[in-house]
Design a protein around this ligand. Structure first.
Ligand SMILES: Cc1cc2nc3c(=O)[nH]c(=O)nc-3n(C[C@H](O)[C@H](O)[C@H](O)COP(=O)(O)O)c2cc1C
Length: 205
């Protein structure tokens, strides 16, 4: 049991990855684990698009880079800073051995006539997607690989869909980088237990 807790706490977001590819078997095991995450109504509203070829990775990275540039310029950021940030984004995503674009589909979810419940249903799908992502990251960890959850696609969903020729049905939620770790970061601090866990109506122990 102790091993499980050590395993969970030793998972890190690994941003520096080696160039070495991941074998198809390993990748399949990792992504297959994602399918076993809990999901609302067991609808499994996730779709995982895997990018390993240079062309695809660069195509996506550049499309996201262009969208990022537009946002930064609209914010009035200094041109040199914009160039640096955009280049870092393009390099990061182009150089990862494997990119997994996690998309949400409302296809298998329930639909409601009113906006309020429909928004709740969308939220259920988002939460299910997050559970799948965490499962994938833990599976990568058990395989001894590194990976990181990037939110960039959420900021430019249309650019991502266009770059990869995806239909509007697939709503980009996150981009995961996977590969052999090239860094061993220290654990970022967690908020104290007492601050985030409340035993309501019980005395402090
Ligand atoms: C929804 C979500 C979005 C994230 N987006 C990014 C991101 O865009 N860039 C990044 O470097 N890390 C991103 N992360 C990783 C977090 O920064 C990381 O999980 C956090 O700092 C804790 O570090 P740890 O995962 O090593 O424990 C994201 C994590 C989550 C859950």
């Amino acid at each position: 049991m102790q091993e499980f807790y050590e395993f969970v706490t030793s998972r890190r977001s690994i941003r520096q990855l080696q160039q070495a590819p991941i074998s198809r078997d390993r990748l399949k095991r990792i992504l297959s684990a994602g399918r076993w995450a809990p999901s609302a109504h067991n609808a499994q509203p996730w779709r995982f698009f895997v990018l390993q070829t240079e062309n695809r990775k660069v195509q996506l990275a550049k499309a996201m880079g262009r969208a990022f540039r537009q946002d930064l310029e609209a914010d009035g950021e200094a041109p040199e800073l914009v160039d640096d940030l955009v280049q870092a984004t393009v390099d990061r995503f182009s150089s990862a051995p494997v990119l997994v674009l996690v998309c949400l589909t409302m296809g298998p979810m329930d639909s409601y006539p009113d906006k309020k419940r429909q928004q709740t249903e969308f939220m259920l799908a988002v939460q299910s997607i997050a559970a799948a992502i965490q499962t994938i990251l833990l599976a990568a960890h058990v395989e001894g690989l590194g990976g990181c959850w990037f939110c960039a696609p959420l900021f430019c969903p249309e650019a991502v869909q266009q770059a990869l020729g995806l239909s509007e049905e697939f709503v980009p939620q996150a981009l995961l980088t996977l590969g052999e770790a090239n860094e061993t970061p220290d654990p970022p601090i967690r908020q104290p237990f007492e601050e985030v866990v409340m035993f309501l109506g019980e005395k402090e122990e």
